[in-house]
Design a protein around this ligand. Structure first.
Ligand code: ZN
Length: 307
């Protein structure tokens, strides 16, 4: 997993270096082309200005000749006016050439901005991969052994590490390994956590295949399952016998009173009640606080103890 991240990172870094070099070349070419287009355009514009001045002089001469109103001056006026129109067309032609010289830069400018945006995309991808790499090396999770996730669909080692990195280190320290087993369980359960039987035991979490086809739903299911299973780790490894008994009383009270549990599944046992409450604490804190205050208080207290 981490090897594939570093090989992806290497490939992206190579792409990044290539594109940066390419972009530098494009930028230099563009700067040159821009300077030359500007010089060409300035030349055309100067010619245009000269033609415009000649046009104004010709029209002034035409007006003067017309005003003189002597024999022959009418023909002269028409001649000057025709010259003036000729200069006008020249001036327009030069201005159009100046505009064309500048618009030749449009395509290289667009290519440059496209290359820049590709480079920004690469930057983002590299940043994401680096964050993943940090997650894979997260010191608090380094001891956990992952197995079987290569062909898992909807859950990955990285997703689990992401979830666990948010939890108190003293809790994740109790997890020894997390395995994915490609098999459907009859009870459709997606996860299973070992019992804490002997001192020194670490929790062993197993995840199973899901009947859910849709990938996004599957991801949500698995994320919920992982948090639920970590709830079992909290109950079995970090709660004192007294705290477990207190939870058991709470469970029985709710069962007797007929009140709602946090979920239907929570009604199965005090352990499931706790794991589901822990999951809601992680994913919908205000709901647990508002509707199941006693459960919130116990988990919150434990959190303070281990954080
Ligand atoms: Zn459970």
């Amino acid at each position: 997993m981490s090897e594939s991240i570093s090989s992806q990172l290497k490939a992206l870094t190579q792409q990044h270096a290539q594109l940066t070099a390419q972009l530098d070349g494009m930028q230099a070419d563009y700067t040159k082309a821009k300077a030359s287009a500007q010089a060409t355009a300035a030349g055309h514009r100067a010619s245009g200005d000269a033609a415009a001045a000649a046009m104004r002089a010709a029209f002034a001469a035409a007006a003067a000749a017309a005003a003189a109103a002597q024999p022959g001056t009418k023909g002269m006026a028409a001649g000057y006016a025709a010259q003036g129109r000729g200069f006008l067309m020249q001036a327009q032609g030069f201005n159009a050439q100046a505009a064309a010289a500048m618009s030749a830069l449009d395509a290289p400018r667009a290519a440059l901005s496209e290359a820049r945006s590709s480079l920004r995309q690469l930057d983002t991808q590299i940043k994401t991969l680096k964050a993943q790499q940090r997650l894979m090396r997260h010191p608090q999770l380094r001891h956990i052994k992952f197995r079987g996730f290569d062909n898992a669909r909807g859950i990955s080692e990285l997703m689990i590490r992401e979830i666990l990195s948010e939890l108190p280190p003293r809790l994740t320290a109790e997890i020894g390994n997390i395995h994915y087993v490609h098999k459907f369980r009859e009870d459709m359960a997606l996860g299973l956590t070992s019992q804490h039987l002997r001192p020194g035991d670490k929790a062993h979490i197993t995840l199973f295949d899901s009947f859910t086809f849709e990938l996004e739903e599957r991801e949500i299911e698995y994320k919920d399952t992982v948090i639920h299973e970590v709830g079992h780790v909290m109950f079995g490894w970090l709660m004192s016998l007294q705290q477990q008994l207190a939870w058991g009383m709470l469970y029985l009270d709710t069962l007797r009173s007929g009140e709602d549990f946090v979920t239907d599944y929570a009604a199965l046992s005090k352990r499931e009640d706790h794991a589901e409450s822990f999951r809601i604490y992680q994913t919908n804190l205000s709901k647990l606080y508002a509707k199941h205050r006693e459960r919130y208080d116990i988990i919150d207290e434990l959190y303070k103890e281990i954080s």
